[in-house]
Design a protein around this ligand. Structure first.
Ligand SMILES: [Zn+2]
Length: 334
């Protein structure tokens, strides 16, 4: 969101925000793009701009009473709907989620229908500060069928002054009828140099390495860095796997390990086809394995990924994955 100094914390969102505010029509927007580039922040900045009481042009001022309320996460005309599992990570936990935690229930990854119903009611009530009401749904693809249909009815017959912003990393997973009710606001990967400078300003060493590792998504790269994954570890990974060494990989969350392996498989294929790699520095990659072996590895990884949420036996799983990586990366015999 726009800060008290009127600036956006994610500088690459300034252009898309100005464009969305300029071209916005209707009462529902769908912000979509890759996960780690700030869809939620863009959606929040849009909401803040609509609710701002001292706008400069289209954009939020960052210092009026309404902007302060948005920054303090307590604006009475803004409802932010997040799955429980995400609300804490994004700093939007409410008393409700705290009590869920106390009950030791696993936080839900879905946007439940009760929450959508509450949002529909919220949208029908009168605006407290007179600038309408805004409902932000993130990530919209976490709505199940019942939740989606509940929201769809409201999008088809919007109540008075309410506006909806859906943000989404996988618009293909939304009901087509929901997509068709929303004005699309596409968000592309930021310019690599802007993202690199931003990461450097957040004390990320060799930011270009982690940025490439995260597929150009700076928020993802920063999250990895905060988790202790650095450029040196990432650069070492291909040769470590080619040598069949698990090392510290056993401590990684399984989805991250699978992601790193998928990217390595992709880059090894690129090398085998004389194309430039995307995620790892070229010098970090071992000599090309056989395309057939890499293809088979890619399929195996896909199968494991579909079950990655299951409670596997950790160390054995990692051992087997590392062995498969070593075999796939073995240099060609001829
Ligand atoms: Zn303001």
């Amino acid at each position: 969101m726009v800060g008290p100094d009127g600036a956006l914390p994610l500088p690459w969102l300034a252009g898309p925000l100005a464009h969305a505010l300029r071209t916005q029509q209707g009462h529902a927007l769908l912000v979509h793009g890759p996960q780690g580039i700030g869809q939620f922040e863009l959606a929040l900045s849009l909401a803040q701009s609509w609710l701002c009481e001292q706008r400069t042009g289209d954009q939020a001022c960052g210092h009026c009473a309404s902007c302060h309320l948005v920054q303090a996460r307590s604006h009475p005309d803004l409802l932010v709907l997040l799955p429980e599992a995400l609300s804490e990570a994004l700093g939007w936990s409410t008393d409700d989620t705290a009590s869920d935690k106390a009950s030791k229930a696993k936080p839900s990854k879905e946007l439940k229908v009760e929450a959508i119903r509450a949002a529909v009611l919220f949208a029908q009530t009168t605006s407290a500060r007179g600038r309408g009401k805004v409902v932000l749904v993130h990530p919209a693809e976490r709505m199940n069928m019942i939740s989606s249909n509940t929201l769809l009815k409201t999008l088809e017959e919007p109540p008075g002054a309410a506006r909806f912003i859906l943000s989404c990393g996988a618009p293909q997973d939304l009901l087509p009828t929901i997509r068709s009710r929303c004005q699309a606001v596409p968000l592309a990967l930021p310019d690599a140099e802007v993202a690199r400078q931003w990461l450097a300003s957040h004390q990320v060493a060799q930011p270009e390495v982690l940025l490439a590792a995260a597929g150009g998504q700076p928020l993802e790269a920063l999250a990895w860095s905060k988790d202790g994954l650095d450029a040196v570890t990432w650069t070492r990974l291909p040769r470590q796997l080619a040598a069949g060494e698990a090392g510290t990989l056993a401590t990684w969350p399984l989805p991250r390990l699978l992601d790193a392996m998928h990217k390595l498989c992709h880059d090894a294929m690129c090398v085998a086809c004389d194309a430039p790699p995307r995620y790892y520095p070229p010098a970090a990659l071992p000599k090309a394995g056989s395309v057939a072996a890499l293809n088979a590895w890619s399929k195996e990884l896909g199968t494991v990924l579909r079950h990655a949420e299951h409670p596997w036996s950790g160390p054995l799983m990692v051992e087997s994955l590392v062995l498969k990586a070593r075999n796939a990366l073995a240099p060609r015999a001829n």
